[in-house]
Design a protein around this ligand. Sequence first.
Ligand code: AMP
Length: 422
Amino acid sequence: MANIPGFADPDDESRKDDITEKKTKPSKKGGGFQSMGLSFDVLKGITKRGYKIPTPIQRKTIPLAIEGRDVVAMARTGSGKTACFLIPLFEKLKLRIAKAGARALILSPTRELALQTLKFIKELGKFASLKAAVILGGDSMDDQFSAIHGNPDIIVATPGRFLHVCIEMDLKLNSIEYVVFDEADRLFEMGFGEQLNEIVNRLPDSRQTLLFSATLPKMLVDFAKAGLSDPVLIRLDVESKLPTELQLYFIAIRHEERLAALLVLLKNCIDSKQQTVVFAATKHHVEYLHCALDQLNISNTYIYSSLDPSARKINAAKFSQGKASVLIVTDVAARGIDIPQLDNVINFNFPAKAKLFVHRVGRCARAGRSGIAYSLVGPDEYAHLLDLHLFLGKPLTIVNSSNNDGIVGRIPQSLLEEQHEM
Ligand code: AMP
């Protein structure tokens, strides 16, 4: 990240002799987790989880973090970012120490992401036997006090509640050695800035800090400069890149045809055994679509962020266990839901920002699988469609007889009318 003052660039030629270059070398040769010098138990956890080769961000980040460097990594959901901070965490903490004061703190913007991280800790860290606790807004404070009294090695928390618990319990945090800000742009967007600064002020200077974010707005650069020590910036060209195996279809519709078009896609185009996520603009759209699909016996479930936590958990599990093949979500709710088997994404409402489009559709066609992203484009959404193509550097192709990727077309009127009547 050569061009942000205050950050070291891992690829800078003048750094050839320092630890950055030395440490990344073995991974260039071997390219695998085996060449990262990981301990046996950590490697066993990675193998058990089924990871064979590190993702690009893992290849860059893990060796630096193990070396003890502070890292700012620009990575989106689906890049394998969780393992980027958990593998070095397991290496640093090594064994469970059952005394007061956690040694690692992971701050997440949402409870879903925090619970997802906890799941990764249990799976990837299966053989490290470290104890983790979650401190999340909405859960019982008493349970959280006793979780802290259980002397966890790792705390995964949302910032507001964590700070509250720190104040109530007069926690000093001076035993924290390793801190992660996950989806840091979202942490700030959700208004946790003040709490984050409060938490940072309580942390010891000697800690190692990692910050993961899809975007790096100025406010975050300032936060990283103040809170991290000589951080290395790791940036892959992720923002404007789509998975290579992903096909994009854009479907021009009139406003009143939107639901009928969705039904045509779900009934005529997509195999009912496939897993599909439908992105809708608001929780009201989500509820409306859920009712409509239920009426038509299309197996579906839904999540939006103001849904109560246990219902969200149940619905997410329904989808990930394949009991429902369609999951209807809002963007905020979709954060942190881990769906490795996703086949299709449907943008019921077109995202207003190109980056959001990349975020949404990047959830399918992961790890070598293929996938299709269908987007319904109403008359008032063409501007966003054009903006997206400028952002992606792709030409906009209006459909002709040969069906290609990245095209814009219409659904046959007879099919739409059939669904419209339903
Ligand atoms: P994340 O970006 O951390 O949310 O990870 C996205 C998905 O990729 C999760 O389902 C991970 O389990 C999976 N994943 C992460 N690293 C690897 C890897 N090296 N090989 C295969 N799958 C991975």
